[in-house]
Write a protein that binds this ligand. Structure first.
Ligand SMILES: *Cc1c(COP(=O)(O)O)cnc(C)c1O
Length: 380
């Protein structure tokens, strides 16, 4: 075990007992009692019209692309500064990601650049709430309404976060959540699709159940189930839902404890920011975030590589984020760039993510900040 690992998956202690219950009930396929509880929890927590567990956020995004019936050549506006799944979901349907730049403060898509990236082929905007901090949704929603575009939220990092009074994932047409082991609330692999228009619920259920109306059959609404439209198997098994239920029960506690550790970093780094050694995260007033990650931005012209190397030598695992998609082999092949992506290119080279997990000892955080400051000082 390294001195300070980057992530440590948090377990509440009840995961195995719920898995044992599911095992004893002998219901192992999807949509059993634990899945139902998880759906209800998500629907209450987020106030979406319908929540459906999936086996990943990637799968939830793929469902969104199927729900929108994305056709070859359709364009989807998104940031380049994101994880590959945001783009893959649409590229798998022949869609073309159109990459626009991000804001310098939140590293979220720059809402001011969306309108000029719209063409006659644009079908949707897919935003990403980086670090669980919301995009500027009022403005983005207004553009989408003006041009009749669908709005998808990649809220993989945004479970328990809010924009004004809305849970992330419930502002657009569809929201995709992740319960991957690296996220705040986990089930190993796992995710959910939030559906915000009740009119889309039936189609979403069909797509998730191999293109059949099996969900309606189980509710007794039809007397047999048949192939209705193209779909796949997007639902997780019951053991995953049992694990996830234990996490949902403790979600408030998990969230508070992460925020506590996040604020410790923020205090420890205040001085360094004043000295121009590192910029701390900037949280707009309308955003309630979930402390998904803590990162700093290095000063211009400072080389990140030797800093990360020095930290690793001290067994402090800081990481960077992301290799921008427009700069990757598949991004170049399948996507299109709008504008220069100056902020994306610049900040993706200067970002450093710090170790953060539920229960990280404050002494470890002090050690991380200490090592980080020394490593930066050597490069200044
Ligand atoms: C983690 C992540 C995903 C993928 O989530 P999975 O559940 O692993 O499929 C997608 N988008 C973003 C922004 C993420 O951070």
């Amino acid at each position: 075990m390294p001195r300070v690992p980057f992530n440590k998956p948090y377990m509440t202690g009840n995961e195995l007992s719920y898995i044992t219950q599911a095992h004893a009930q002998g219901m192992l396929a999807g949509d059993g009692p634990f899945t139902k509880k998880c759906h209800e929890w998500l629907e209450t927590q987020t106030e979406c019209a319908r929540a459906l567990l999936t086996h990943s956020c990637t799968a939830a995004l793929e469902m969104a692309a199927l729900l929108l019936d994305i056709q070859p050549g359709d364009e989807i506006i998104m940031p380049s500064f994101t994880f590959v799944s945001t783009a893959n979901a649409f590229v798998l349907r022949g869609g073309v990601p159109v990459f626009v730049d991000i804001r310098d403060d939140t590293l979220n898509i720059d809402e001011k650049l969306i309108e000029e990236a719209i063409t006659s082929k644009t079908r949707a905007v897919c935003v990403v709430h980086y670090a669980g901090v919301s995009c500027e949704m009022d403005e983005i929603q207004a553009v989408c309404q003006r041009y009749d575009l669908a709005l998808i939220e990649d809220a993989a990092q945004g479970v328990m976060s809010k924009y004004k009074d809305w849970a992330l994932g419930t502002i657009g047409d569809y929201g995709a959540l992740s319960f991957h082991e690296t996220k705040n609330i986990i089930s190993g692999e796992g995710g959910a699709l939030l559906i915000n228009d009740p009119a889309d619920v039936q189609k979403a259920e069909i797509i998730r159940e191999k293109g059949t109306d099996r969900s309606r059959f189980f509710r007794g609404e039809v007397d047999k189930y048949t192939w209705q439209e193209p779909g796949s198997s997007f639902l997780p098994g019951e053991l995953i839902a049992a694990f996830l239920w234990a996490q949902f029960e403790d979600a408030d506690d998990i969230n508070e404890r992460r925020l506590l550790s996040w604020r410790i970093y923020d205090r420890l780094l205040e001085q360094m920011e004043q000295e121009g050694k590192l910029r701390r995260p900037i949280i707009p007033v309308e955003c309630d975030h979930n402390a998904h990650l803590y990162f700093g931005v290095l000063p211009e012209g400072v080389d990140r590589k030797p800093i990360l190397k020095q930290l690793h030598e001290q067994e402090v695992y800081c990481l960077f984020h992301y290799v921008p998609l427009h700069d990757s082999p598949a991004g170049r092949k399948y996507g299109r760039v709008h504008g220069e992506l100056k902020v994306t290119n610049d900040l993706s080279e200067r970002l450093v993510r710090l170790p953060l997990w539920v229960g990280i000892p404050a002494e470890d955080q002090e050690f991380v900040v200490d090592c980080l400051e020394k490593a930066i000082d050597r490069q200044l």
